[in-house]
Design a protein around this ligand. Structure first.
Ligand code: ATP
Ligand code: ZN
Length: 290
């Protein structure tokens, strides 16, 4: 097929930590796919898109080379790859950090104490850069998995690895010393030229994602209140737009509807109640175009 009439191609991780949430995100913006099982290339049924399911380490390069126009991948992987791509947006999941950790019993308390030591890592580029920036000389030992046991095996004096809760470090008698990089899943785009019809598809795709992300950050709130408390309640409501006020059959009572940031709901709920609101209902929003 000529590159000009081919589908928009998106790289996603096959069978890893990011796969499920990425597929859910695509589903939530209305994209339907056939079975992913044992497939590398999966066509979308209702959008001119195909998914390429590959190892996360390969995603930045596939996007850099224009084999895929977009990719869903951890920022840690993009940063380590040094691929020439543009990060379009963070996705709010797959949160973790690349951290330096040392054996609890080592007595090491600062990065400087690691001068001359061996650091086991799957992230040699970012790790080396971090130490070089501080003018500390270390030897990086590249290991692709189970980095956390390297100090026990005396393969290294410290490690630089991905941490989310810190549970794995603790189990292996390690403590975090310093964070190299904060990370989350992100959407990356190729810097290669993109044909116009694919640019249009990306634009529509991003609009849908934006609407969904905005909706997830917001809640629809409804409440009843005496008419004379409307002004006070509207002052309390952290609304995105002016609230809707509707008369109720009951005299001098109104219903107030509004959209508020999700994280502020609990903060304002008490205040709303104290100001006379009753029957407060809060609903999720499926999509939102502001
Ligand atoms: P692949 O087989 O695709 O190479 P992988 O083993 O390298 O997979 P996963 O363990 O599936 O990668 O992790 C994918 C991404 O999830 C990581 O690159 C990182 O961005 C993110 N992540 C979030 N929390 C963690 C964690 N606790 N450990 C490792 N990765 C995490
Ligand atoms: Zn990987």
């Amino acid at each position: 097929m000529d590159q000009n009439d081919s589908s928009l191609r998106i790289a996603i991780q096959k069978g890893g930590r990011l796969s499920e949430k990425t597929l859910l995100l695509l589903e939530n913006i209305g994209l339907e796919f056939d079975s992913y099982k044992n497939r590398i290339l999966v066509r979308c049924r209702n959008y001119d898109v195909e998914l390429l399911l590959i190892r996360d380490d390969d995603i930045p390069e596939y996007v850099q080379d224009g084999i895929c126009e977009l990719g869903f991948v951890g920022h840690n992987v993009t940063a380590e790859s040094k691929a020439d791509v543009t990060s379009l947006r963070g996705l709010g999941f797959g949160k973790c950090r690349l951290s330096i950790a040392v054996p609890k019993t080592s007595g090491i308390t600062s990065l400087k104490d690691l001068d001359g030591s061996r650091i086991a890592t799957s992230y040699p580029v970012l790790t080396r850069e971090h130490f070089e920036r501080q003018d500390i000389h270390v030897k990086t030992i590249e290991i692709s998995g189970a980095v956390e046991i390297a100090p026990t095996l005396n393969v290294a004096d410290a490690i630089s690895d991905i941490v989310s809760t810190g549970g794995t470090l603790k189990t292996n008698g390690l403590v975090e010393l310093e964070t190299i990089l904060e990370s989350q899943a992100e959407l990356i785009q190729t810097n290669r030229p993109i044909p116009q019809h694919k640019k249009d598809l990306i634009h529509k795709f991003l609009m849908r994602m934006g609407a969904r992300q905005q909706a997830e950050k917001s809640r629809y709130i409804m409440m009843n209140a005496p008419s004379d408390s409307v002004k006070h309640l509207c002052d309390i409501l952290p609304s995105l737009k002016s609230p809707t006020v509707l008369p109720l059959a009951e005299n001098d009572m109104v219903a107030i509807h509004s959209v508020i940031p999700t994280h502020q709901f609990w903060e304002v709920m008490e205040e709303l109640k104290n100001a006379g609101a009753t029957g407060i209902v809060i609903l999720p929003i499926e999509n939102m175009i502001v």
